[in-house]
Unconditional design. Structure first.
Length: 109
């Protein structure tokens, strides 16, 4: 199991710099239990949006056309509101809950 981070879309200023102002992201993981027809996939997901204040005059600024997904994932993970370890722990807990549920639903009849 390894959490996969993904940028779904970016919002950016409609000017010559096209500075990124919002990144929408997902962090997901899954575990397959069993094999063949009896295989069950258990998954977890955490998602969010992070706002930025782009400044083309700052050192390290990356022009929109030169951005990679890895660049933006790095920004997301470095953001004060994102605790990478807590997010990955929460995803692992979702998978554990899926494999061994603490609550069930249904009717007895």
């Amino acid at each position: 199991m390894a959490v996969t981070w993904k940028i779904n879309t970016l919002e950016y200023n409609n000017d010559s710099d096209k500075g990124v102002i919002v990144a929408h992201w997902d962090a997901t993981d899954e575990e397959v239990v069993g094999s063949g027809d009896s295989a069950v996939t258990h998954s977890g997901r955490y998602y969010g949006s992070i706002g930025f204040a782009p400044d083309a005059s700052k050192s390290g600024y990356i022009a929109y056309a030169s951005l990679t997904e890895a660049d933006v994932i790095g920004w997301v993970k470095a953001h004060a509101d994102v605790d990478e370890t807590a997010i990955e722990t929460a995803i692992a807990a979702q998978i554990t809950e899926s494999k061994t549920p603490t609550t069930m639903s249904g009717t007895p009849w």
